[in-house]
Design a protein around this ligand. Sequence first.
Ligand SMILES: OC[C@H]1O[C@H](O[C@H]2O[C@H](CO)[C@@H](O)[C@H](O)[C@H]2O)[C@H](O)[C@@H](O)[C@@H]1O
Length: 399
Amino acid sequence: ADLTISCGAVGAELQLCKEAVEAWSKQTGNNVEVVSTPNSATERLSFYQQILSAQSTDIDIIQIDMVWPGMLAKHLMDLREVLPANATQGYFQAQVDNATVNGRLVTMPWFTDSGLLYYRKDLLEKYNKQVPQTWEEMTTTAREVQQAERTAGNPNAWGYVFQGRAYEGLTCNALEWISSQPEGGLVNPQGDIVVNSPASRAALTLAKSWVGDISPRGVLNYTEEEGRGVFQSGNALFMRNWPYVWALVQSQGSVVKDKVGVAPLPRGGTTGTHASTLGGWGLAVSRYSAHPELAAQLVSYLTSAQQQKHRALSAAYNPVIESLYQDPELLAAMPYYSQLHSILNDGVMRPASITADRYPRVSNAFFDRVHGVLAGELPVDQALAELESELTRIKRRNW
Ligand SMILES: OC[C@H]1O[C@H](O[C@H]2O[C@H](CO)[C@@H](O)[C@H](O)[C@H]2O)[C@H](O)[C@@H](O)[C@@H]1O
């Protein structure tokens, strides 16, 4: 092949990537190999770190998580050197800023993500329940409906599924639980470590109570797709997941088609705020690519407005080009688009830009402790104290 691109393989994204790459290959006559990757963003990062540290020429284009630019920048091309000067015109400035490290555009933003609460409209109606506004309300409703559904003959009914494996997805979930509590947070914008707090204690204590009650114990090993599997087969009332799930639960043949609603994630108590972790991915060209200009052309095609619109319409990947949020066709096709704006406003950033290449350590320390709590292996107070001292150690060495 002339080029190799490594795309994610969660939900329909590998298929979408292959189709777009094929279209470009036909147009340009270049051969491209598409390499798939593990579902867990954490495993994917280790894979890329190995390849890039070895300065391997095997992969030209890499799908980059929005928390990776700082740590991978030294291995990535400055796309400004190969793309037209107006390449990022019309993109959200925050996306371009996040993709720029020391003045170098190391990744082209592709789509943005935010955590959402998916719920079963039909079940809430059946049991005369409201979409929950707080985590406490979510817990009570989940428990009641789960019990009622089991009594009604579904032994596999569950209240809530989420990403509980010890990986980046759990960092995203736990950050939401904590940040939605009054005064809750992990690291504040000034870089102070604020995680050992009553807010975190309340959030983690409640989350721990879900496991084995409203969430199957298996949730301790769930990434995005395992939770979607349970929800899409009709066995969960609530699910925390990303927007891509919308297109799949609504697809032909889905057991829950037309039975699903989407809402902001609950607040922590009545004085908390809705919080939704911001995610999203871009496409980067490896500095070790033997064909950087050609690779940049493919990146430019894949991240074009036309492709972003297609991906939004067919698979619910949210564009990073501002004008697409006024596109009538997109507005008509995406019922939750009107809510998306406020959900994105409640967006919580992981502390990746502050911690740069130490971010994986920070995130690993966080998800490991949270996982220990959820698994019942670590008392909440001990987990938070350990986390605080570990983050302090990492910070002392300049993050
Ligand atoms: O929404 C589709 C994407 O879901 C995953 O990425 C999101 O979750 C990651 C944590 O698990 C987070 O780090 C990332 O910023 C989010 O966008 C999945 O890893 C992607 O492949 C997928 O496209």
